[in-house]
Design a protein around this ligand. Structure first.
Ligand code: HEC
Length: 140
């Protein structure tokens, strides 16, 4: 092979390698996605009990608005440090009926920051399960 031919062969090999690598990582990513991620509507089917708080939250669609690490998205604020603002009981009550807490300055800011987005009420979820979520969030 001439020198330019060797160069072309090397580049081609590198290109194919990168392509294969990107395919591999893509597959790994799609494996991890949960079914609820693409729907902002919280799922109401609570057939599987004994879920961890984290699984419960992805099932209910919290991640869609609050992010997979609760870091916040364009659709909802971060809920990584809610212990700053909520006690366990209050937080459970909040999850059951968010609008009744919406009159503080903090929540008025949320309204401006996330126009049109409303934190859905989870009153159809058992208090025990909400307690699990509250415990998890308060420990963050
Ligand atoms: C449709 C989007 C959406 C979903 C789904 C959602 N939230 Fe929210 N959440 C919001 C928005 C927007 C706010 C800001 C307050 C408001 O606008 O009502 C909020 C506020 C909160 C707060 C108060 C944050 C603070 O600073 O006090 C908590 C806690 C919370 N959400 C937890 C949850 C949990 C837990 C779930 C799942 C069970 C959930 N959210 C699902 C959009 C959502």
């Amino acid at each position: 092979m001439t020198k330019p031919q060797i160069w072309i062969a090397t580049f081609l090999a590198l290109f194919i390698l990168l392509f294969l690598l990107s395919r591999l990582t893509k597959d790994a990513e799609t494996d991890q996605t949960t079914p609820s991620v693409d729907s902002p509507v919280p799922q109401t089917d609570m057939s599987s009990k004994n879920l961890s708080a984290k699984d419960l939250m992805s099932k209910l669609g919290c991640n869609t608005c609050h992010g997979t690490e609760m870091q916040g998205t364009k659709m909802g604020p971060s809920i990584q440090n809610v212990s700053k603002y909520w006690s366990r009981d209050k937080l459970i009550n909040y999850l059951r009926n968010p609008t009744s807490f919406a009159d503080t300055e903090r929540f008025q800011k949320f309204e401006e920051q996330y126009p049109g987005m409303i934190m859905p009420a989870f009153s159809h979820i058992e208090v025990k399960e909400l307690g699990k979520i509250a415990d998890y969030l308060l420990l963050k």
